[in-house]
Design a binder for this molecule. Sequence first.
Ligand code: HEM
Length: 149
Amino acid sequence: MEMILMIHSLLRYVILILLVFTIIKAFAGWFGNKEYTASDNKLSLFTFISAHLQLVVGLGVYFMSPVVKAGMSDMAAAMKEPVLRFWTVEHILSMIVAIAIITLGRIMSKKGTTDAAKHRRIAIYYLLALVLIFSAIPWPFSAVARPWF
Ligand code: HEM
């Protein structure tokens, strides 16, 4: 559990960095009227893969986690307790929705008929996912504080 949680914790930075790069490149491509290149596609693919990898690792963590177990043993009580509610419901739900948005963004981008549309869809969907992921990370300065790594 400790090892997998550490991997899960570190993977956040891989995802965040990849997301930021992909989003900047997509906005630059969109507003700069640039071609949607193979490297754009690769970058968005790596971001997509890292998010899905985190989903698999996260599911592993979820079913091993003592705090989730505590929350699930009495869901009604857990819903009234902010920290238990966060770990049992909010974190997993936000992250799964965010990863679904990334997936949708990639599908929509592939369906785009112009290079601008491909860039635009990556830019918007990935930005939305970034905001959601950022807000659901247990940052040390948040109410559900966990260490930086
Ligand atoms: C982009 C997606 C995600 C990011 C960036 C992320 C990030 C994090 C971070 C930073 C922690 C704290 C690690 C620590 O205490 O050292 C954490 C804990 C946790 N995450 Fe995620 N997570 C993501 C997705 C998920 C998903 C999809 C699930 C469930 C399916 C999940 C389940 C958990 C659980 C259960 C814990 C805490 C376990 C415990 O302390 O007992 N995460 N996550």
